[in-house]
Design a protein around this ligand. Sequence first.
Ligand SMILES: [Zn+2]
Ligand SMILES: [Zn+2]
Length: 189
Amino acid sequence: MLITHDTECALSILVELLNTAPEVCGAEKLPDLAALDAFVVGQEISEIDSLTGDDLRQVHELRTRLREVFATESTEAAAELVNSIVAAAGTTPRLTDHDGHDWHIHYFAPHAALGDHLAAELGMALAFILMAGERERLRRCEAPDCARVFVDLSRNRSRRYCDSRTCGNRLHVAAYRARQRSAEAVPSA
Ligand SMILES: [Zn+2]
Ligand SMILES: [Zn+2]
């Protein structure tokens, strides 16, 4: 799969962003500018000027649109969404080796608003996934009461659950208990 390290980093920010939504957490995880600012710092998003209420609204809207990409049933539908997300952001691809990183491409326009910055970077990361024919790696957790999304970068695309501690472990425990119960149900000869 032709997914670069930079794309992987962007996909990780994408997943973190999508999993802040109220439909995932039961409550909005980015309710105000302080939370949004903490997200920017935590995800090491560079070249962001001070945030305003417009940024918060734009990021919430973008998050909804990005999540729709995970719900598409075809690459055509996903491509259409990604194209419109990226087009609305306006991109100016440029090479950079800022902060000691290797040379990589920034797609966001310099000092773009946070929403446009994320739309360009995360939209392009999704574009690379689609271009590689890997839309099915964009997954929603299969745990019954979990709405988190993740990108399955495992070699054999076998991941079914998000990496929240509860999902993977809880289901392993449930499967273990079920096996134990059925073992106990077998009458010993
Ligand atoms: Zn960079
Ligand atoms: Zn989950």
